[in-house]
Design a protein around this ligand. Structure first.
Ligand SMILES: O=C(O)CCC(=O)C(=O)O
Ligand SMILES: [Fe+2]
Length: 283
């Protein structure tokens, strides 16, 4: 098989970010070689990046993302579920983002935090070069996952998200709760998977995220969409819904986002990732 001898802008950015976290350049080069990069090209690229020299990049041919209006955006400015009235406070079209108020009650937020506190573990990420699940240099938070309807409150939240978004419960991954202390962050990333990691048995691609804020953060901890200059301030009980996958299998690169470091206090969020189809195999 022919070896890869070009690098995309995204991979270049990822390497730069990874280098900043102190990872050995040689480890990155050998991961690239394992993934099919030409060894001379891999080492030369790393050498240029380490020495701050320009690296030629190619932009992969990609048709522009075709936006499809998600079901959640077809109702009015108040979305009623069986037990709540959720208000749309802001709508951004590209990428598609809704800022929603009153998704969770303050009591639900407090219970979810207390349930999660004792089961937190350091957060992991999928390595975008090797595909390995590993401790995350760019993700300093800790977190925990819940099985579908693992506890009554988890089931209630899942039912509400289903009514709100019109996604079947079976398309949802287990709820994730994340905790960030002062200085902790989640570096820019996409929630969708690289193409080679999409599996029909696990619901295919992730196409939308419901990110719920469980507390007010005195300073820092905003969710940033850097490609479009949007910054969301965490507000207890509110949520952002963002949608980045369409029926043609395209994904929206404008959905890049991060959680900037907490400056004062702490930050708690709950994330529900939604897949394009039913998740048949769960772990
Ligand atoms: O904590 C945040 O604001 C972002 C979390 C996030 O991006 C995620 O869980 O995928
Ligand atoms: Fe995310």
């Amino acid at each position: 098989m022919e070896k890869i001898a070009h690098i995309s802008n995204e991979l270049k950015d990822w390497i730069l970010n990874t280098l900043k976290t102190g990872v050995n350049p040689e480890a990155i080069a050998s991961a690239m070689i394992k993934k099919g990069f030409d060894p001379v090209f891999a080492y030369k690229t790393l050498l240029n990046l380490v020495n701050n020299k320009p690296v030629e990049t190619v932009v992969r041919e990609q048709r522009p993302f075709r936006y499809e209006v998600p079901e959640i955006a077809k109702t009015g400015s108040v979305i009623s579920t069986s037990d709540r009235e959720i208000k749309v406070l802001m709508r951004i079209e590209k990428p598609f983002i809704l800022y929603l108020d009153n998704v969770l009650s303050h009591e639900e937020c407090d219970i979810l935090i207390e349930m999660s506190r004792k089961r937190l573990k350091p957060s992991k990420v999928v390595d975008s070069v090797t595909g390995e699940i590993k401790a995350a240099a760019g993700r300093t938070s800790s977190g925990t996952y819940y099985q579908l309807s693992e506890a009554p409150l988890i089931g209630t939240i899942e039912g509400r998200i289903m009514q709100l978004t019109n996604f079947p419960i079976e398309n949802g991954e287990g709820l994730q709760v994340l905790h960030y202390k002062v200085g902790e962050e989640y570096k820019p990333h996409f929630d969708y998977f690289p193409e080679n990691k999409i599996q029909a048995s696990t619901g295919g691609q992730r196409i939308a995220t419901v990110l719920m804020y469980l507390n007010d953060v005195p300073e820092g901890g905003e969710t940033i969409f850097p490609k479009v200059g949007v910054s969301v301030t965490p507000k207890k009980g509110s949520a952002v819904f963002f949608h980045y996958g369409n029926s043609q299998g395209q994904v929206d690169r404008l959905s890049l986002h991060s959680s900037i470091p907490v400056v004062d206090g702490e930050k708690w969020v709950a994330t529900k990732w939604l897949r394009e189809s039913e998740i048949l195999e769960r772990f």
